[in-house]
Design a protein around this ligand. Structure first.
Ligand SMILES: O=c1ccn([C@@H]2O[C@H](COP(=O)(O)OP(=O)(O)O[C@H]3OC[C@H](O)[C@H](O)[C@H]3O)[C@@H](O)[C@H]2O)c(=O)[nH]1
Ligand SMILES: [Mn+2]
Length: 375
């Protein structure tokens, strides 16, 4: 590996508790550069597009690979909820994983360097973000108080300093920023060169545009809500897979008392996708987001929805009731949300304790580090 030194090969934290999910419709050569950081982790590759094409996985990686034929074989008719010809197909990998944590990355993303020139271990930073509490109820102006060398500032209530469990860690990107097509078109040469050394909790009640390029989450807390929607071929919209999942997962996290962080780690996003192709894919989303965002901002989940699964089923009903008037597509999406949950439960049945017929690992209930009242 040109330029790689031993010290760059850091320990692989929680290597048995993390699956790396990669959607790909082109090549996995990018994994060569990630070897120092990813070679100890298990990969779940979701191959999109023509299943007869053989995608080469670089030697030395432990992986499972699923193409469209596999998805159809495993899910049967329920495969209809998994997008085709859209990066949103990655959520199939979330469903088949059995691990506590998921890290998902795009195949045109590479190792970035921090301002000191050191290669960034994205997994180590995401695990740190997920293993330390979030502070969604009161903003800490020195950002993440659980990072080394910082803390809660004066005026921060001690009753809130325990924080809540972190469900999602949203990383960022140097070089090609995740812009929508209109912005890409007017700023074709803009590159993100700004490395901001911060991790912050997204406050409760605030939505954000979740990008699937460099994303980690706790599958046990929020997995069922991380459905990347019905996008791509045969659908009127694409490139809103991660946005839909981000909005849905955030309202579920807020309701269940979990936190969402954004900021470090950075990776290097190498390729700008074609803005004209992107405009065709996402133009309905540019309109619909003016309805989707207020829908998520104003909804209130019921207190009976005390797990991610129950929240998501309620969300499906609300989607059908409130967004179908925007476009009939949302009726199909609402149905696909139910199909997703049915498929998730089929592949991830609760483990029963024979002795007392209790669920050994009941879905994680509301609250956690501190059972803060839902809104
Ligand atoms: O039909 C497809 C298209 C792409 N993929 C895989 O998805 C990953 C992202 O693809 P790409 O890098 O071409 O898209 P970007 O515009 O850079 O990505 C953003 O928008 C789309 C997604 O929401 C993505 O998460 C965003 O970052 C890449 O691995 C492709 O191979 C696919 O599977 N099928
Ligand atoms: Mn890309």
């Amino acid at each position: 590996m040109a330029g790689y030194h031993l010290e760059a090969i850091e320990a692989a934290p929680l290597k048995d508790d993390v699956d790396i999910v990669i959607p790909t419709i082109r090549s996995l050569d990018f994994l060569e550069q990630w070897r120092p950081f990813l070679r100890h982790y298990h990969l779940i590759i979701v191959q999109d597009g023509d299943p007869s094409i053989n995608i080469r996985v670089p030697d030395g990686y432990d992986y499972e690979l699923y193409n469209r034929n596999d998805i159809n074989r495993i899910l049967g008719p329920r495969a209809s909820c998994i997008s085709y010809k859209d990066g949103g197909c990655r959520c199939f990998g979330f469903m088949v994983s059995k691990k506590k944590y998921i890290y998902t990355i795009d195949d045109d993303c590479f190792v970035a360097k921090d301002p000191s020139g050191k290669e960034i271990n994205v997994i180590a930073q995401h695990i740190k973000n997920l293993e330390t509490p979030s502070t969604p109820h009161y903003f800490n102006t020195l950002y993440d108080p659980f990072r080394d060398g910082t803390d809660f500032v004066r005026g921060y209530p001690f009753s809130l300093r325990e924080g809540v469990q972190t469900a999602i860690s949203h990383g960022l990107w140097l070089n090609i920023p995740d812009y929508d097509a209109p912005t890409q078109l007017v700023k074709p040469r803009e590159r993100n060169t700004r490395y901001v050394d911060a991790v912050m909790t997204i406050p409760k009640g605030v939505l954000y545009p979740m990008c699937g390029m460099n994303l980690a989450f706790n599958r046990e807390l929020i997995g069922p809500a991380m459905y990347f929607g019905l996008m791509g071929e045969g659908q009127p919209i694409s490139r809103y897979d991660d946005m839909w999942a981000g909005w849905a997962a955030k309202v579920v996290c807020d309701h269940l008392g979990f936190g969402v962080k954004t900021g470090l780690p950075y990776l290097w996003h190498s390729k700008a996708s074609n803005p004209f192709v992107n405009l065709k894919k996402e133009h309905k989303g540019l309109h619909w987001q003016e309805d989707m965002v207020p829908f998520f901002q104003n909804l209130r989940l019921s207190k009976e929805s005390d797990t991610a699964t129950k929240c998501y089923m309620e969300l499906s009903k609300m989607t059908k009731e409130n967004l179908t008037k925007v476009d009939p597509y949302f009726e199909n999406l609402a149905d696909a949300m139910v199909t997703w949950i049915e498929a998730w439960e089929e592949l991830n049945p609760p483990v029963k304790n024979e002795a007392c017929d209790e669920e050994l690992n009941p879905p994680v209930k509301k609250g956690s580090v501190k059972d803060v009242k839902a809104k």
